[in-house]
Design a protein around this ligand. Sequence first.
Ligand code: NAD
Length: 338
Amino acid sequence: MPARVAVNGFGTIGKRVARAVSLQDDMEVVGVSKTKPNYEARLANKEGMPLYVADSKNLNEFREQGIEVEGNLQELLTKVDIVIDCTPEGIGRENKKLYEEADIKAIFQGGEKHEVAGLSFNAFATYDAAYGRRYSRVVSCNTTGLIRTLYPLDRMFKLDEVFASIIRRGADPAESKGSALNAVEPSLHLPTHHGTDVRTVMPDLKISTMAAKVPTTNMHVHCIHAKLRKSNVKTADVLSLWDQMPRIKFVSGKHGIKTSGQIMEIARDLGRHGGDFAETIVWEDGVHVEDKSLYYYQAVHQESDVIPENIDCIRSMMEMERDATRSIRKTDKSLGLV
Ligand code: NAD
């Protein structure tokens, strides 16, 4: 029987998670939940996702606007095995008591703290640890991107220390507030939380991070300096390692791909749904090893890179597939990440 899934919060991440679940043959979207009767509620109706209101007192408002609603969130939670909480930062923590009452499993997103779930998820690093668990948290878009390239490096060459500068998109494309229109805003609380967050998945990694927001909505870009423990590692060895990894893609400045905007254009040219690019994108000709220092640049599409991770996390928590590699392959095939 397919896993019965609810998605609470049908915004940037929630609508993508719901669509990705609906593409799997071993899970189904039983319903999605929204607070407000905005266009995304209409989208849920249009896409055939059964819609529930997060707060019963808003039920009439939805119906008055001609939006079809099946019931309230509490009712939805009685019908599912697992809920994917995609509500804004901090709300997932408050929702946890609803999930406890409904006696169902729950996945939280990167806006919540590690402690909310007690396990932070990345498909390559913590799939086994999430197996059969009641709660997990899929780490943020930046943390997911960092782990995708650092985890295999650490396995193959051992990392002594990592320093990453994160150039953050100021806001998502649909948002009208978030960053200064024509300025760069450094994060003044140092080192930034991104390194700490990577350690929720790779606890032994010595990593520190800095970050600055810039006025773009396209992607985040990471400038990474990793110190390798192993000697005589060549640039080609690193490229060959990443080339074998799912969810890492190369682009090349030599082929004219020099900006995050061009990467987003490739996603549209490939016909990816919504112009999303869920893989971590590494500039092939921006990778350089000198002595034991590895330098590289990567780009992360903030709205989509955590989506395949949510699918694998469901499979692991629901004990539907024991092997991480098989789950990753299945997810990627269903989402066209090949
Ligand atoms: P969003 O604001 O785009 O969407 C949140 C949705 O939840 C909206 O539809 C909103 O109406 C709804 N909502 C608000 N309060 C609710 C409640 N009490 N109950 C049910 N629904 C409610 O937010 P998002 O960007 O999708 O972020 C969701 C989570 O994903 C956060 O933890 C965030 O940190 C994380 N995340 C976001 C990004 C990103 O770049 N957008 C990337 C990775 C992870």
